[in-house]
Design a protein around this ligand. Structure first.
Ligand code: COA
Ligand code: MG
Length: 307
């Protein structure tokens, strides 16, 4: 895992709402993402850039990961979103988020533009990261090319609302976990995105669940990707943050078992010269070590084990 900050809860905050942006600085979300895209009305899009810059300059967001979602490359706003926000507040931003990524060319465009601003400002080129939303049939089809398009990439994000519309699934609630389909309607998309993310060392992030008063539905929605090892999920309202932080935190008992396997395996290979040994009634070998290493690494990243 690269030095990317935790992304269990990723709070989307409308770019035009100074009030919600101030509130976000007080909430326990791992990531605060200022949204110039769908949460900002067309009439507010241009003015919202300055609202975000002002918030970034005024409030203390502490250790939270700070990101800005710009408008897509097929809109009239994308390039000036990037230029105005990054020039004025790039030093406060961990990453930009590009919606509706559909090709490696989309990623290259944003990558180059950020790079130009970094050069002009005398900043380290490549420090500002990029996260992309996979939320159309074409984006899903091109996900491998998108995921490997730039070293700036930090994360792939699943966008259930736009993807549902693009595929013609007929859903009316963004991220709704239940449907009449036998099995999980999103299983293919989740795995497709997960494989592309992991093959390129990126985080895999689930999208939002819009019915924010329905915490049981949120729990079901979060569990599906938490068990797949996704790193976190978007949230759209403060009531969703605590549940989502819990859902994407490793179980301390599982983390402790992973560290136990690593210690036992080290002892077996280095001390006894054995490749396979008994551990708590099971066989563990090099493959088990890799599984335990992945769990332990994630636990340490999220602050378990005192590291
Ligand atoms: N970020 C920060 N603060 C938020 C927030 C958010 N996303 N959503 C609500 N709040 C704050 C409100 O400002 C309010 O606090 P305050 O009274 O101290 O200002 C408090 O939480 C309660 O808000 P509430 O009255 O329940 O919300 P609402 O009914 O006005 O709005 C939504 C509901 C869903 C429209 C609103 O939560 C929202 O805009 N969410 C983000 C939507 C978004 O980003 N969509 C695009 C990505 S999918
Ligand atoms: Mg979308």
């Amino acid at each position: 895992m690269r030095a990317i900050k935790p992304h269990r809860s990723c709070l989307s905050v409308p770019g035009s709402s100074a009030r919600m942006q101030a509130k976000a600085a007080t909430l326990e979300a791992d990531q605060v993402l200022f949204d110039l895209e769908d949460a900002t009305a067309p009439s507010e899009k241009v003015g919202a850039r300055a609202v975000i810059v002002e918030s970034l300059r005024t409030h203390d967001f502490g250790q939270r990961c700070i990101s800005v979602r710009v408008n897509g490359t097929d809109t009239e706003w994308c390039y000036r979103d990037i230029v105005e926000v990054v020039e004025a507040a790039g030093d406060r931003i961990e990453s930009l988020i590009l919606p509706k990524a559909e090709s490696s060319a989309d990623v290259h465009f944003v990558d180059r533009l950020i790079g130009q601003i970094e050069l002009a400002r005398g900043w380290e080129v490549g420090r500002i990261g990029l996260e992309v939303l996979i939320e159309s049939s074409r984006g899903l089809q091109q996900v491998d090319a998108i995921a490997s398009a730039s070293p700036r990439l930090h994360a792939l994000i699943f966008g259930p609302g736009d993807l549902s519309a693009s595929l013609g699934l007929g859903q009316l609630t963004i991220g709704m976990p239940d449907s009449g389909y036998e099995g999980d309607i999103w299983h293919f998309a989740f795995m497709r995105l997960l494989v592309a993310a992991r093959a390129n060392g990126l985080l895999a992030i689930d999208g939002p669940y819009a019915a924010f008063a329905d915490l049981d539905g949120l729990e079901r929605s979060a569990r599906r990707t938490a068990v797949l090892g996704f790193d976190g999920k978007w949230v759209i309202h403060p009531t969703q943050i605590a549940l989502v932080n819990r859902a994407y935190s490793p179980d301390p008992a599982v983390y402790a078992r992973a560290e136990g396997i690593l210690a036992a395996y080290r002892q077996a290979t280095e001390g006894e010269g054995r490749g396979a040994v008994r551990f708590e009634g099971e066989m563990i070998d090099e493959a088990t070590r890799k599984m335990a290493e992945a769990v332990a690494r994630r636990g340490r990243w999220l602050g378990l084990g005192g590291q």
